[in-house]
Design a protein around this ligand. Structure first.
Ligand code: SAM
Length: 249
């Protein structure tokens, strides 16, 4: 019997499903743009060979047993890993922590699976779909030791601000899935979004700032440079990290 979280490779005639929960939960405001992206041969190869073991579809149909998936390790959820280089680096640096890495970006999923295989990382699982559904429907209360949201899509146009991930409603949901004392770590190079993050996190009753001055945190040494961060730095953007703790209440 395969473990409960295993799913068959999702390659249909049109390629992988970009958002498996779509038809069941279609009244969502999505924080991502559903799109088809080119998948390289090696990414496709990794998806075909490794998905059944290390991948899972976010279809909202079952509650995951994280203890069984990660061999009892504490588990951190990363939302939006992009191409996954920073995720793989963090998994290698901290093999005693499990990383549940969620994104809708198929090339990145293949890339991260390939990186995990090449580097012998058994503490990563790649989740395909909307992390909101993962949090809401598939993760038990207080099951996460941490949450990482690095360089989420900034949605700069005003009419798109509702698509930004870091909002009060999201924080309320995330707080229920984080264990007391767990750290929510956000980073962004988009100044207005950094200000919004600081404002909504500071105002939220379930979180407290780890910084005594109530401001941004120095970039922690454990967070590698991400691909989007590099692009932002090239444009002269300033990067802000935010480290907030789930209150014990
Ligand atoms: C701007 S990219 C940053 C990627 C990476 N963290 C980096 O810094 O290079 C944001 C990523 O978040 C993903 N994303 C946005 N909303 C998401 C959601 N609700 N669930 C899963 N992934 C999401 C997007 O697909 C995209 O790959």
């Amino acid at each position: 019997m395969p473990p409960r979280w295993r799913t068959e490779p999702r390659f249909g005639p049109d390629g992988p499903a970009p958002d498996p929960a779509g038809s069941h939960h279609d009244r969502r405001i999505r924080s991502f743009q559903p799109r088809r992206s080119r998948v390289t041969t090696s990414q496709e190869d990794a998806l075909r060979r490794l998905w059944g073991t290390w991948g899972l579809d976010i279809d909202g149909r079952e509650v995951l047993d994280l203890g069984a998936m990660f061999g009892g390790r504490p588990v951190v959820l990363e939302i939006g890993f992009g191409m996954g280089e920073a995720t793989a680096q963090m998994a290698a640096d901290d093999p005693d922590t499990g990383i549940l890495a969620a994104d809708v970006h198929t090339p990145g999923q293949g890339n991260l699976l390939g990186l995990a295989e090449r580097n012998g990382l058994d503490n990563i699982r790649v989740a395909n779909g909307d992390a909101i559904i993962l949090l809401r429907e598939m993760l038990p209360p207080a099951s996460l030791a941490g949450l990482r949201v690095y360089f989420p899509d900034p949605w700069p146009k005003k009419r798109h601000h509702k698509r930004r991930l870091i909002q009060p409603e999201f924080l309320t949901l995330a707080a229920t899935r984080l264990a007391p004392g767990a750290i929510l770590h956000c980073a962004t190079d988009w100044e207005p979004y950094a200000e919004q993050m600081l404002e909504v996190l500071t105002a939220h009753p379930d979180f407290e700032n780890t910084q005594p001055d109530g401001g941004y945190a120095p970039r922690p040494a454990f967070r590698p440079l991400t691909r989007f961060e590099g692009q932002g730095l090239d444009k002269g953007h300033v990067v802000h990290d935010l480290l907030f703790r789930r209150r014990e209440n």
